[in-house]
Design a protein around this ligand. Structure first.
Ligand SMILES: [Zn+2]
Length: 383
């Protein structure tokens, strides 16, 4: 009974930390996201017993998927048998690809497969690696990011009447069935939502020479729209002139939600948010693109946009990086947020303010979108 109570408490703690939010507004600096920084849960002490972890073995991995027939929600349960009690904790990391990392204290892999391929629905594979002679890291590779609160890592004690050993349990929930996409190559007929970052009451970053991010972003977005229109795409802008989308001085979430909602209602094929970066360090420079892997295609889109901008603009490659910014997380289709260059860097501010560079970046973004669709088309059916 006490054990049950403890278990309940642990679940409550997990739920309590699960409301940790995503970044409310896309920040102008890329430091807002720290992959794997959140502690999920530390569970595993059985009530009343004093445990000295160590010397145990992980002996068998089992797994099963469950799908709710009504809602389509899914759950993957991974069970790893152990020869005795251990302690476990888990964190989700977005970089370089989504994964759940479980630290097991007090056991190393015994005579068992240390790598198993799963069906890819909720997880792609699980692997175990001993850290030293007492501890093991279990890595569950995930196709899509998992929200805090949608996974649990805990232990179950030995159950002698039912002949069950000590176990490590990893549950991963998938509240909605993953969206299915079947992309074709080419821009013609594609619904593309462009989101010029900031606008209206929100200027975004402001450069030393006075350039405002909202104006740069809008100028580039309009050039992207012109190129896409010409190629036969259906372009929807979250705003076509200098204005707030939700309304002046709205909360950050209302403003960003209004932008994501436009893309969701229009059932866009892709969503691209266009920004310029800023940092306290005025020498910070370069191009970066952010994604949140909520579909199989978010990274693919971001990486193609990044490559297109690097090719066209020739600036430093700051990378294709995971982030949980609102607009890329809450849109239902593949989405990316580009940071073309640093408005806080005087040389890059000059570039961002020039029509020539704006046109180059627009061409790079369109090139990225086009190569995304070409590559995504080759995945049709598999993903
Ligand atoms: Zn911005």
């Amino acid at each position: 009974m006490l054990r049950r109570v403890l278990c309940f408490l642990v679940i409550s703690v997990v739920l309590a930390v699960s409301s940790a939010g995503y970044a409310a507004k896309a920040p102008t600096s890329p430091v807002a996201y720290q992959p794997g920084s959140k502690l999920l849960a530390v569970v595993g002490k059985t009530a009343g017993a004093s445990i000295t972890p160590g010397g145990q073995q992980l002996t068998q991995i089992r797994w099963a998927n469950h799908t709710d027939a009504v809602t389509g929600a899914g759950r993957l349960r991974l069970v790893i048998d152990t020869t005795g009690p251990v302690q476990v904790s888990g964190t989700v990391s977005a970089s370089p690809t989504p994964r759940l990392v479980v630290n097991v204290k007090g056991a190393v892999p015994g005579q068992t497969d240390t790598e198993i391929d799963l069906d890819g629905r909720i997880a792609d594979s699980i692997s175990m690696k001993s850290e030293d002679d007492r501890n093991t890291v279990i890595t569950v590779e995930l196709p899509l990011m998992v929200d805090e609160g949608e996974y649990k890592v805990f232990t179950l004690p030995q159950d002698i009447p039912n002949k069950k050993p000590n176990r490590v349990v990893i549950d991963i929930n998938q509240p909605l069935p993953p969206a299915k996409f079947n992309f074709t190559a080419g821009l013609k007929g594609k619904t593309i939502v462009l989101d010029p970052g900031h606008g209206g009451s929100d200027p975004g970053a402001v450069g030393l020479a006075g350039s405002r991010e909202k104006n740069v972003n809008l100028a580039v977005a309009l050039r992207v729209k012109a190129l896409l229109d010409k190629a036969g795409a259906k372009v929807v802008m979250t705003h076509q002139d200098d204005r707030d989308v939700f309304g002046p001085n709205a909360s950050a979430v209302d403003e960003l939600k209004a932008r994501a909602t436009i893309a969701n209602v229009k059932k866009a094929d892709i969503f691209v948010s266009i920004h310029s970066n800023a940092a306290a360090n005025r020498s910070a420079d370069g191009t970066s693109t952010y994604f949140y892997q909520k579909t199989r295609y978010d990274y693919l889109l971001a990486n193609n946009l990044q490559a297109g901008m690097l090719e066209a603009g020739g600036l430093k490659d700051k990378g294709t990086l995971p982030a949980n910014f609102y607009v890329i997380k809450r849109t239902t289709m593949p989405a990316a947020l580009v940071e073309m260059a640093f408005l806080s860097n005087p040389a890059e501010e000059k570039l961002l303010a020039s029509p020539q560079f704006q046109q180059k970046m627009a061409e790079g973004i369109v090139q990225g979108i086009e190569s995304f669709f070409a590559q995504a088309a080759t995945k049709g059916g598999e993903w």
